[in-house]
Ligand binder design. Structure first.
Ligand code: MBD
Ligand code: FE
Length: 306
């Protein structure tokens, strides 16, 4: 079959088959995806067995709750970011903190505090490196934004996230810090370890067939939001990680790798009431003001709520 034949078939199945009002957007998208899939089956001579293996794979990935992970690993989530960047650039927005992917491991409902929060429950503070991270949320004009929400979440020393890892305490390494009257936030936590896809999971199964690892470099996630501003979804990476520029989710970006200062002055250690050197990261967030010139940055997607 040629592509025109296939398009006629897809049209007959999606458009002509409708005998009652249809959702035009769903019809449009299904027509396109169905036609493109059939073209791939034709062009690549995909066998029935290969086709049903694909169906089984998607069913297994869904049952395992790994479709979000798969979207990240295939680059699809990064692709949505590239498109959002392009739309903002076209709208003349520049100078904001770069976005990068949310990933599948956010959990809504984390405890909220003003100015400061400790993220870790203390169980790994001895074994890990204590981290203080702080900065200011700025608006497009360079003015501090008091009352901005800085939602932060990251992995533990095993690269695991609380909630998905039920051995961790509720909301471990997850908090919402509201910026103080100077637009500042600070948190204490531990330097996380990079995430790796479950080795026996469906995502890693496909990555193996593609000759790829499923590792992310150590990173910390953020949502930064404030009324009147575009919500920012981003991450920072911990400099020096072996996977820094080899992320299986393609989310590392210049501008999101702040220097990590190692603080070992006894006076500084004392002031934090610690008994060992610690790490410190300064990082400011720059938000764009709300605009209709670019698509919204509010994304409705499956998210856990604890
Ligand atoms: C993560 O921690 C993550 O950030 C992404 C994008 C995918 C899997 C695990
Ligand atoms: Fe992550």
């Amino acid at each position: 079959m040629n592509h025109a034949d296939i398009e006629r078939l897809a049209t007959s199945w999606v458009v002509d088959a409708a005998d009652r009002p249809a959702d035009p957007r769903v019809q449009q998208v299904v027509l396109r995806l169905l036609g493109d899939l059939c073209k791939a089956i034709e062009d690549l001579d995909i066998t029935p067995t290969e086709f049903w293996h694909g169906v089984s794979y998607m069913a297994a990935a869904g049952a395992a709750g790994e479709l979000g992970l798969l979207a990240a690993g295939l680059g699809l989530e990064r692709f949505l970011d590239i498109r959002a960047d392009e739309a903002e650039q076209k709208a003349g927005l520049e100078g904001g903190t770069p976005r990068t992917i949310e990933g599948p491991l956010y959990v809504a409902g984390a405890p909220e505090s003003v100015g400061f929060a400790r993220l870790d429950d203390g169980t790994e503070a001895e074994r890990g490196e204590v981290l203080f991270m702080q900065g200011t949320v700025f608006d497009e004009d360079g003015r501090p934004v008091p009352g901005a929400k800085v939602e932060v979440w990251h992995a533990n020393l095993l690269g695991n996230y609380s909630f998905f890892d039920q051995t961790q305490s509720p909301f471990n390494l997850r908090r919402t810090v509201v910026t103080d009257e100077h637009g500042r936030y600070q948190f204490r936590s531990i330097i996380p370890v990079g995430y790796g896809c479950p080795p026996d999971g469906t995502t890693q199964q496909l990555l193996d067939l593609l000759g790829r690892h499923g590792q992310r470099p150590a990173h910390i996630h953020f949502f930064v939001s404030s009324p009147g501003h575009r919500k920012l979804t981003t991450q920072i990476n911990i400099d020096g990680d072996e996977y820094l520029w080899d992320d299986f989710a393609f989310a590392s970006r210049p501008g999101l790798v702040p220097p990590v200062q190692r603080i070992d002055d006894p006076a500084d250690i004392d002031a934090k009431r610690l008994n060992k050197p610690f790490a410190s990261i300064d990082f400011d967030f720059h938000l764009y003001r709300d605009t209709d010139a670019a698509p919204t940055t509010l994304v409705d997607r499956p998210r856990a709520t604890a």
